[in-house]
Design a protein around this ligand. Structure first.
Ligand code: MN
Length: 244
């Protein structure tokens, strides 16, 4: 049995090569897996399940075809697509996961999270995150016309890019204390997350025992996928072969 973990695809009409690679991945490697876990930021933007953007609709159709072919698909909100809701889940066949969530893999407990919650040193971002995750804020936002929501989301993305450009690199990475606290709270010895776009496997000691943090990469320039098969992990870079 094998499971696949991906995140930070940031799919959008502006990145046609990433969209094409993801579509091919869903028709190829993903079909061989028992389940696919998408740990947030599947989409560059998601302003509501009523969005009629054709690129986003095509992604939903591809996911639906995958789940109908027998691969379960689980998806977590990222900071870009935290408004993915029940209509999206129905259209795509995906099951929405809470963030964080613990998964029992064989005899191992694994903690899955998008990763933005672990970037605790970025206080302005954490305040913004808390605000936009409130049900009241989301209800008000989702009542706005689609064009207004798209405009606001575009402005928020530009603001976030300006904010990130001003931050020192260590502030944009996860806080080691937040990682330890999350793992202790759940008893997990393995943590899998995305968000930071710094793929890698980090072995460390937590309370005198072996622990590891696996970071998934973004799909802007190439694919990134973690394959779990019978207890072992392989972090794969997926070369992009199609036209840019
Ligand atoms: Mn993210």
């Amino acid at each position: 049995m094998s499971l696949l973990f991906i995140s930070d695809l940031h799919l959008d009409a502006a990145y046609p090569a990433a969209c094409a690679q993801f579509s091919a991945f869903l028709r190829g490697a993903a079909r061989e897996a028992e389940a696919l876990y998408i740990l947030g930021d599947l989409f560059e933007l998601w302003v509501g399940d009523d969005d009629d953007d054709p690129v986003r609709a095509a992604v939903c159709a591809d996911l639906s075809a995958l789940t109908r072919a027998g691969t379960a698909c689980h998806i977590m909100h990222g900071n870009r697509d935290f408004l993915l809701g029940e209509r999206f889940a129905a259209a795509s066949g995906c099951q929405l996961l809470t963030d964080p969530v613990a998964l029992e893999l064989g005899d191992e407990r694994v903690l899955l999270t998008h990763g933005d919650l672990l970037c605790r040193e970025d206080r302005p971002y954490q305040q913004l995150r808390a605000q936009v995750r409130r049900p009241n804020w989301q209800r008000r936002f989702l009542r706005l016309p689609l064009a207004t929501r798209r405009m606001l989301a575009g402005a928020a993305r530009s603001g976030s890019q300006r904010h990130m450009n001003r931050l020192p690199p260590q502030i944009m990475d996860v806080s080691p204390d937040a990682v330890s606290a999350a793992m202790r709270a759940t008893g997990a010895r393995t943590l899998i997350h995305g968000h930071t776009h710094r793929p890698g496997i980090h072995d460390f000691q937590l309370d005198g025992r072996d622990a590891r943090r696996i970071v998934l990469g973004a799909w802007y320039e190439q694919g990134s996928c973690l394959k779990w098969s019978n207890g072992s992990y392989e972090l794969q870079t997926l070369a992009r072969t199609g036209p840019e």
